[in-house]
Write a protein that binds this ligand. Sequence first.
Ligand code: PA5
Length: 448
Amino acid sequence: MNPLQLDFTKAFGPDAEQCLEAIRPEAEKSLRTLYEGTGAGNDFLGWLHLPSSITDTQLTDIEQTAERLRACQAVVVIGIGGSYLGARAVIEALTDSFDPLRTEGRTHPVILYAGNQIGEDYLSELCDLLRGRDFGIINISKSGTTTEPAIAFRILRSLLEENVGAAAAKERIVAVTDRARGALRTLADREGYKTYVIPDDVGGRYSVLTPVGLLPIAVAGIDIRALVRGAVEMERAVGPDVPFDRNPALRYAAARQALYRSGKKIEILANFHPKLHYVGEWWKQLYGESEGKDHRGLFPAAVDLTTDLHSMGQWIQQGERTIFETVVSIDAPERTLSVPTDADNLDGLNYLAGRRVDEINKMAELGTRLAHASGGVPNIRVSIPRLTADHLGGLLYFFEAACGISGYLSGVNPFDQPGVEAYKSNMFALLDKPGFEAESRAIRAQLG
Ligand code: PA5
């Protein structure tokens, strides 16, 4: 049995199978389009069989580089979008919630992030923190030309050279980029940095199981072999030979498309586990960039519960009825903690005394799902047994496969992102980037 389980009973009620059955032929056709490589964007399908094609040699090489970087006090992962979110999602999910504050007995460096925005205060504070320290840099950019990470790298590389000298800095910098193109490739080759290649046929948001994700994840001390193993198992469990009733990616893609066609315009990914916050961020990018085009596509939003029940809960319960929820649930926590008994019981909590915190969380989850369903918010539940590397690897691959199928079900190319260029072109024009002279004149005329 697949460790990942889906529950549609609160999405479609007792008629779940009939609702899914109606869209099944189209979903199966989309699955075939994906696996036969006959759809739009079929030159970006390298992720499809990526887990099962990763070799032991590749993993060993990544582990060895990670080991070298682990000697640093901190490692800064520079990247944005697909070159950042997968690594952060896995690292935050699988490390101690207070990891940067744990100073004793550390076996891995503190992982920091840069190049995922252009905040001057953020970068200044990061430089303050790293000044005089021995740190490493993993600079990730497929195009090798993205402005946000390029700025961060220029600043942090110069700081690292100041801290440890130019020769030692080279030993502490790893570049993950295209095999031949882009400024980062040119720079890395000239400086002699250790490099990893992002395969041509794997887009950023599908790249977590390439060195883009695996290297930072390994530096953080996470078992990348288990992560890949879980993804391999899921690759087998959602393939074209697995029938509809047993294929979770196919069923999830079908369900969300059925809900979209019934008038739901927003899908909210809800978690009841604070470590999954960045899984929600990763998922938003995956589905947002893959489906939001040609003036269609579900808007992907994410909430952390129960936290956001005290902020977004009102809207979800009683706002416009154009939303549905996908709840990601972890069956069992890794730790054990119960509510203590208090003789005075002034807080009135003795009815919970002796009960596990997770039991209370699970009742919050069930109560929320029932309340939302009865308030007109269908919800799908996706559950994995534990928050471990293998189950997380499976979950990530499940969402990727379902996303590819969903894109074809929606009639879009799930593997391009032409809309992302619009802001870049305006920004370059406003900053007078060489080569953008005509755009600069046009945008200045527009601004008056
Ligand atoms: O998924 C994508 O393709 C994007 O989010 C990119 O990953 C992001 O724009 C960063 O691009 P690059 O890796 O070229 O710097």
